[in-house]
Design a binder for this molecule. Sequence first.
Ligand SMILES: Nc1ncnc2c1ncn2[C@@H]1O[C@H](COP(=O)(O)OP(=O)(O)OP(=O)(O)O)[C@@H](O)[C@H]1O
Ligand SMILES: [Mg+2]
Length: 285
Amino acid sequence: MLRPFFSIIRRSFVSNMSERQTALVARGLPKKEPIMGVQDIIVVASGKGGVGKSTVAANFACSMAKLGKRVGLLDGDIFGPTVPLLMNIHCEPVLNDQNLMIPPQNYNVKCLSMGMITPSEGSVIWRGPLVMSAIQRLLKGAEWGPLDVLVVDTPPGTGDVHLSLSQNVPITGVILVTTPHSAAVQVTVRGARMYEKLNVPIFGLVENMRYSTCENCNQRIEFFKNSSTNSLPHKLISLPLHSHIAECSEIGVPIVIKYPESKYSNLFTQLAKKISEILDKQKGR
Ligand SMILES: Nc1ncnc2c1ncn2[C@@H]1O[C@H](COP(=O)(O)OP(=O)(O)OP(=O)(O)O)[C@@H](O)[C@H]1O
Ligand SMILES: [Mg+2]
């Protein structure tokens, strides 16, 4: 006779507790707020370092700009910023009258990076909370808008930068980048899981450096015959290893700008068109 009564009491106690706990947890988290004037935020990420995230982020941003979008590129790599080098921007951002940084622009892309703010030599020790506040400053302390897309290049892994981004701003989607070797694929799968847990949509995968094409006989040379990226989200493009891509990073002119007619530029155009289609579909356009 008493059982239902107790179970009712217990159920309501448990549900009240969890509501209270949820409220407490939510109070401790920063509030997710859009960046003024920015429609979509696209994060370029990978579990692994050196797989081509920054190269993809810079070329994707320029390709979106070539499609007529208003584009920004935020360097989320606080420890090893590369956007100033890749985009050939070596000046400090100036402040507007509201004390917001005005991102310098090149190749029709507005760019911002810790590399533009901190001195290039000299060591800066960044701990978790400092990294988070640096990311927040780059996201919210700048006059980004009006932008159709803000592309965010990130450091490898699933650390403070990724958490800070997903807690502070609504990310429209993530482009994953990996080379096909098993060690990179495994950690990139882990990165993908993290974004899934945070309810951030994953747009797909850029597979980098699986193959190269012989300049003389046009034969395709496969570097990773037995490895697979099938455990990762669907492939958007597969980018070959090519000296022009590396050379363009070194001189600060993305390949889509330096060699706009090349097949490599064409692959980045395909990527930009695919992502634009996804964004249009999401908005019912
Ligand atoms: N498809 C490619 N062909 C030739 N070189 C490439 C290709 N992709 C990237 N690279 C070169 O590989 C190096 C690493 O690329 P990049 O800096 O984009 O990687 P990353 O994932 O951003 O690295 P990190 O984890 O350090 O941020 C660079 O010198 C870049 O020019
Ligand atoms: Mg990088």
